[in-house]
Design a protein around this ligand. Structure first.
Ligand code: NAG
Ligand code: NAG
Ligand code: NAG
Ligand code: NAG
Ligand code: NAG
Ligand code: NAG
Length: 660
């Protein structure tokens, strides 16, 4: 019944060595009727807002030629070695099924493509965190949940009527969620953070069972577990008594850490709390100063923070996105972001722990329509990611909300349209492509802010193994006249520039643009509901000859755009998909119902790694006031032989594709 086919796109090779032009299969852009778009927009779902803001006027007095003077060896103050997976994603637990897939055998190919694009550039899989506010009152069950239509769901939302109208729904999730994550990892090498509930800290049964299951199933792909989300907000949200503070938090944390250490083998890897300076009561620094690292330092492996530069929660009145658009279109936005951590970041690094922004985006409470989905948000995302990398954060994760959030890097179609429509790429997704290529595959990319004079023209240099390899230049200004374009005039201090550089551009007509965006000539969807997660169009890499006698390379940077300058062909190669001619994509389709519903069977996934899979299924039970059934696991095991028969087919396709 399943019409299964694995399509690997294999296309023509580069024309010559210097100019790299590689092609991709154009995405299947499903025609979308105006009425459907109008419908989606009329639902008020912010993910499909048609609001387009007015770009700020170009500032006057911009420099035309901006000197970029590079040292020939790694300069003092350059960051720690950064990875191509620096910028990843954070998925709210309550929508994990909509994003990741229906279950472990019905994944979402668009998601796999969004992730695979990054893997190809970084040389290893992207990082995804599953958690958020909805993790805190979640519980895991062995079996899936039957919904009103008789479908088996991995996520069940329910609400306790406690009189609090803003209460996040409580989440029950099935063990199946971890198998789903595991199968995604088997395919695109994704690594995970997972959020544990912390609502009953002195009752370990749930958190410990979930932690064990996550470890057993995800293995090396589990980076860390996050125990509790935003504990500094617990008192304010009525989840703890009003006097709940850092000491009470430590007592609870200590209880769970002892429980985790007492398990055999001990569960390590539980990550720190948040410390959000912008809106909340404790900062990470206060938690550290209270002795967090001394008390828990040998147990945790990462320190995480949540940070949004603004909010759309209506806390202090409604903000008109147009009024604050300009705040994002300057290097000051990134500088303000990192300034919050000037003391904290070195303290975390001194403790030998990576410092991670577990959740961020343009603004909390869903972001701002017109702003969070604009090209401006992509520029903000790139500048902020680079500034945080320069500040020695090791990873930053962009939050993905649901249908009602504006800032999503990608949004699946609404549930009742999912069979007929494709996904929607948010402008901020392009940031992840640019950052992945800026750091490339070496894991040794040390970045430094060039501190260029204009806040509208920031730039960064990247060094690997002691030599400059890339330069990133951002033009935040929207100006179609060309008057605000600038030239980055690159020269080497104590050396001679190469005879040419290669440049890839992230471009759009305006900072307000939502879909007419290109990274190196390629696009991710021309409207809402038009993306399958693949890049379409030909890759364009611009070769710019340098003047070695004058010791400079002149790189034009249009207003607005980002120029990523590769200082050697090797640096370009190290940032490009491994096999430039064949991007790995997931176009597998299973036809269900009348429309095309792209899904992939993970039977294929195992064969990708040549690896038959995992350890024993986790059968430990947990409950939230309900008794557990082993029935689900047994039923699933019974279904396995049917899946196995597809392996050969998948492998056959793989081999053919591999020789192409
Ligand atoms: C980041 O770490 C490197 C290496 O330890 C150090 O030289 C640099 O000063 C740090 N940067 C900041 C902003 O703390
Ligand atoms: C996933 O859902 C599909 C479609 O309903 C079903 O055929 C398959 O058995 C499910 N897989 C598991 C592991 O439950
Ligand atoms: C992938 O899903 C299948 C079917 O549910 C499951 O048996 C297998 O363990 C999963 N693989 C991983 C790596 O989680
Ligand atoms: C989807 O659901 C909404 C209500 O949530 C309804 O108004 C709309 O007609 C449905 N759309 C389709 C295509 O069924
Ligand atoms: C970079 O780090 C990732 C893990 O995050 C690893 O899988 C990969 O092999 C590393 N690459 C290199 C070149 O060391
Ligand atoms: C601990 O939690 C589990 C499930 O969440 C519940 O069944 C059990 O009764 C709780 N134990 C105590 C002592 O509260």
């Amino acid at each position: 019944m399943l019409a299964l086919s694995l399509l690997l796109s294999l296309l023509g090779t580069a024309a010559n060595a210097a100019v790299t032009v590689y092609t991709n299969i154009p995405g299947v852009n499903a025609p979308i009727s105006t009425s459907t778009a109008a419908f989606a927009q009329s639902t008020g779902n912010s993910a499909y807002s048609s609001l387009v803001l007015v770009a700020p006027d170009p500032p006057i007095g911009l420099q035309k030629d901006v000197p970029i003077i590079l040292s020939t060896t790694t300069p003092a103050g350059a960051s720690i070695g950064q990875k191509g997976s620096f910028l990843g994603f954070s998925v709210e637990l309550s929508i994990a099924d909509a994003i990741l897939g229906y279950n472990s055998t019905v994944l979402n190919p668009p998601l796999l493509n969004y992730l695979a694009n990054l893997k190809e550039r970084a040389g290893h899989g992207p990082t995804v965190r599953v958690g958020g506010n909805s993790q805190d009152e979640s519980a895991m069950f062995d079996t899936t949940f039957t919904d009103a239509f008789g479908h088996q769901r991995m996520i069940q939302k329910w609400r306790v009527d406690n009189g609090n109208p803003t209460e996040t729904p409580n989440i029950n999730f099935a063990l199946e969620l971890f198998y789903t994550m595991g199968n995604i990892s088997a395919l695109v090498d994704a690594d995970w953070y997972f959020g544990l509930a912390f609502d009953q800290p002195f009752n370990d049964s749930n958190a410990m069972t979930v932690a064990r299951a996550a470890e057993d199933i995800l293995g090396k792909h589990l980076i860390a577990l996050q125990l509790g989300n935003e504990p500094d907000l617990y008192a304010g949200h009525g989840r703890r008594p009003a006097e709940y503070g850092i000491p009470e938090y430590f007592t609870e944390y200590s209880h769970v850490s002892c429980a985790a250490l007492a398990t055999k083998p001990p569960i390590p890897m539980v990550l720190a709390p948040r410390g959000m300076i912008v809106c909340c009561t404790w900062t990470t620094l206060e938690v550290i100063q209270a002795g967090y690292l001394q008390q828990f330092g040998n147990w945790i492996n990462t320190i995480g923070v949540m940070h949004y530069p603004a909010n759309n929660c209506g806390l202090s009145g409604v903000i008109n996105p147009q009024d604050i658009f300009g705040n994002y279109l300057t290097h000051k936005a990134a500088q303000t972001f990192v300034e919050n951590y000037l003391t904290t970041a070195p303290a975390v690094l001194d403790a030998g722990l990576p410092f991670v922004v577990l959740e961020t985006n343009t603004a909390s409470c869903g972001g701002f329509p017109g702003l969070s989905d604009s090209f401006g948000s992509a520029l903000w995302g790139i500048d902020s990611a680079f500034a945080l990398a320069a500040m020695n954060f090791s990873q930053v994760l962009l939050h993905v909300g649901g249908q009602s959030t504006s800032y999503n890097p990608f949004t699946p179609p609404p549930t009742n349209m999912s069979k007929d429509h494709m996904w929607t790429t948010g402008a901020v997704y392009y940031s992840t492509l640019v950052v992945a290529e800026a750091f490339g595959k070496s894991n040794a990319s040390q970045i430094i802010d060039l501190n260029l004079p204009s806040e509208f023209q920031p730039g960064y240099a990247i060094y690997e193994n002691g030599v400059p390899t890339r330069v990133a230049l951002i033009n935040f200004v929207s100006d179609a006249s060309g008057a605000s374009d600038f030239n980055g005039v690159i020269s080497f201090n104590g050396g001679t520039v190469p005879d040419h550089v290669s440049v890839r551009y992230l471009e759009a007509p305006s900072v307000s643009e939502k879909f007419n965006i290109k990274w190196a000539g390629q696009n991710m969807g021309s409207a809402i509901f038009t993306s399958d997660g693949r890049l379409t169009g030909d890759v364009e890499t611009v070769i710019i000859p340098c003047d070695q006698a004058a010791n400079n390379c002149i790189v034009p940077v249009k207003a607005p755009s980002v120029a990523l300058v590769f200082l050697s062909d090797d640096a370009l190669h190290q940032s490009s998909p491994e096999n430039e001619a064949s991007s790995l994509t997931f176009a597998t389709s299973v036809y269900t119902g009348k429309g095309q519903h792209p899904i992939i069977d993970p039977a294929i996934l195992k064969t990708m790694n040549g690896d038959g899979g995992t350890g024993p299924r986790h059968t430990g039970s947990t409950s939230k006031g309900q008794s557990m059934q082993q029935l689900g696991a047994a039923a699933r095991n019974a279904a396995v032989p049917a899946i196995v028969s597809l392996f050969a087919l998948a492998l056959g396709v793989m081999l053919v594709a591999g020789r192409g």
